[in-house]
Write a protein that binds this ligand. Structure first.
Ligand code: ZN
Ligand code: ZN
Ligand code: ZN
Length: 385
């Protein structure tokens, strides 16, 4: 897939998002949202700005048209990156960009103002903005407004998540059918990254290849360990396509062609419990159900088999422009699922020092039930490797 062919969110959508963010800002009683470089900026404007020490900030100030402050040398990037009409205010090297924001946010006639800052704005910029704004101000997270918008994916966003999922599915199939035994995890991880890009991702973000005992470490980095016949591999891979994330985990068992080196009984049992738990959690992911209940659907199954201690992470995380975002499928999160929410369902069972397994799909909460975006088989991949 060439860059030109990569699908895009229609430009009109960004204007709608800005309107909704402005309405949300007013409804929350905030005087301004200041959005630094990151997923919030991209969501609202389309602009995938470089994170720099020079300030770039999108300002949504109550009662005013949105504007974006950018360093002059980033003007070209901003003009081509912005997908909707937003006034660009550039600053030169000797200007004070913080004052350009403060001048608009300051309200001399008011005792105080409330300002929402995007979660990924770096402290360097936060502290200088705070110093520049003269009016007594309280600062909070802009996510009180943006979380609600970003959590509910529209049809174009879901289409991109699906394309990303399908591309990652193909890579899983390619890796499972290729050579593995005798190669290092790092070598396989490099192949994963190349294949993710070859299948249409603009970037590969992670390639966890956990072989043998490393399969018991959920966030294992691919190492120089050489993969041997007669052991499992947890393959957890993902990147972005059109800005939206893929994230899939499948568990393989490599035999090296030796029928005596297949999975042992304990591993087969572990895997069947995991498979049942992942399926139960996926089926539980329906509109109106609390995030915590989806986690519980997987966890109770695993606990019932005595493996509760071996499942020590949450069941899933939201996914979109960020690889991990709201909603989180975790005990204690009573947020009800709503149609359009997209998240991973990824229980795992790990015996530290020995081996482990995980199955992960990206699932969208649909009007009529869960829609699973990944189509790669969920069974244990017993392969020659
Ligand atoms: Zn993770
Ligand atoms: Zn993953
Ligand atoms: Zn994940």
């Amino acid at each position: 897939m060439t860059l030109a062919a990569r699908p895009q969110i229609p430009g009109t959508r960004f204007a709608e998002r800005l309107d909704r963010a402005a309405a949300g800002t007013a409804a929350a009683g905030l005087d301004a949202l200041l959005i630094g470089v990151g997923a919030d900026l991209r969501y609202l404007s389309g602009y995938e700005a470089m994170p720099l020490e020079r300030l770039t900030v999108l300002a949504l100030v109550a009662g005013q048209e949105p504007f974006i402050v950018v360093p002059r040398l980033e003007l070209g990037a901003a003009e081509s990156g912005l997908r909707t009409e937003i006034e660009i205010r550039t600053w030169d090297e000797t200007d004070d960009p913080y004052a350009m924001v403060a001048d608009v946010v300051d309200a001399p006639h008011r005792p105080s103002v409330r300002i929402g800052l995007s979660d990924t704005m770096i402290a360097l910029h936060v502290l200088r903005l705070q110093a520049a704004i003269a009016t007594q101000a309280t600062y909070e997270s802009a996510s009180s407004v943006l979380r609600e918008l970003r959590m509910i994916k529209d049809a174009d966003e879901i289409a991109l998540l699906r394309l990303a999922a399908q591309a990652a599915d193909r890579v899983v199939g390619q890796i499972a059918n290729g050579r593995l035994v005798g190669r290092t995890e790092a070598d396989v991880a490099r192949e994963v990254r190349e294949r993710l890009v070859a299948e249409g991702h603009e970037e590969a973000h992670f390639a966890i290849v956990g072989s043998g005992p490393n399969s018991a470490s959920p966030h294992h980095e691919a190492s120089e360990r050489v993969i041997e016949a007669g052991e499992p591999i947890v393959l957890d891979i993902g990147g972005t396509l059109g800005g939206y994330g893929s994230d899939i985990t499948r568990t393989l068992w490599v035999t090296g062609g030796d029928p005596r080196k297949g999975p042992d009984e304990r591993f087969r049992h572990l895997f069947s419990v995991l498979h049942g738990a992942q399926d139960a959690a996926t089926r539980a992911a329906r509109s109106g159900i609390a995030c915590s209940a989806v986690d519980a659907a997987a966890r109770t199954r695993i606990e019932a088999e005595g493996y509760g201690e071996a499942f020590f992470h949450r069941t899933g995380h939201g996914i979109g422009l960020e690889g991990h975002e709201d909603p989180y499928l975790v005990a204690g999160n009573d947020l009800p699922l709503r149609p359009g929410m997209a998240f991973s369902v990824e229980p795992g069972i790990y015996f530290p020092g020995e081996y482990g397994a995980r199955i992960e799909d990206i699932v969208v909460c649909g009007e009529d039930g869960p829609v699973v975006l990944n189509e790669a088989p969920r069974e244990l991949y017993v392969v020659e490797g």
